[in-house]
Design a protein around this ligand. Sequence first.
Ligand code: PLP
Length: 368
Amino acid sequence: MSADGASPRREIRVDASAIRQNLERMRRLVAPAQTMVVVKADGYGHGALAAARAAADAGAEWLGTADVREALALREGGTRAPILAWLHGAAPDFRTAVEAQVDVGISTLAQLEAAGAAGATVHLKVDTGLSRNGIPSSLLPRVAERAAELERTGRIRIRGVFSHLANADHEASREQLARFTAALEVLASEGVEPELRHLAASEAALTLPETRLDLVRIGIAAYGLPPDPQIDTAALGLRPAMTFAAPVVAVRRIAAGEGVSYGFTYRAERPTTVALVPLGYAEGVPRAASGRAEVAIGGVRYPVAGRIAMDQLVVDVGDDVIAVGEDAVLWGDPATGAPSAQEWADWASTIGYEIVTRVGGRALRGDG
Ligand SMILES: *Cc1c(COP(=O)(O)O)cnc(C)c1O
């Protein structure tokens, strides 16, 4: 979409320096473990290429994506860093991944054979309890034997072995770590000795040092949001990289008793001023936050009045004087007075991850 001179400026501002600084923090914290920056889902809504560049600037060694397609887009954008992609279709053809020097995560025997056919560099993914993808322990001896054979005959290179945590609690994570260690032993008994063993994503990397192993996979923390609402990211020196904002496009005075937005779930208790913001659930503003959410205008927080609609929401600014064109910030860095994406998550009964990855619609991404 290009500017037309008439449409409102709905902006997803991304501060790449925040991503870089968050990663510098994380890297200091987890050293000597290496860091893989997870840029799947378009860099959690921040722009995968911008996130990849910030990762390189921070000295992060690896990039991670879910799909190979996401990894190829990074290569097309000029990204040279090692990339791992781990979620594939039912009968994957890894030749394009191999040509682009993208490592692939392997969760099944069929994927292992596909890796052998393509000559891929792989990270074997073992299931340590999440019951999603990953090789279940019952199949591991068979897969380990075949992987070792493919490696001996030069058809694959096994660079890593990894698993993913449920982040239920520390006890459950330690149990998964024990299962991971057992899986590494099964692999070692077949002669598979990977250079990179990795388990922790943001939460465990921050809170459970023994899970850091050779490498940590950092997603949400890179973008400055907590993997768990209990974690105080600001105290850790992490700050949100995304600001989601649009200018106020209309301001009006309404009388006591007047309703606002669909269903009249909100009625003015006294004469008040309402400001119209051209962002709605089509841009990823969660409608479920209606009646609870707040928006910052001029660094002051005001309640959202009534239902969040598809294209717009209304803010009750009381008797404050707000001009058309003023910046209304839905979420950003709380240090600026804005609500955080985590607060929006709380208001919508979801997680910060969903708030930032769903942002889009007619909003355009720009530099913060
Ligand atoms: C998404 C993902 C991550 C990153 O998780 P965060 O909690 O965002 O740090 C790491 N590893 C795997 C396998 C993932 O799917």
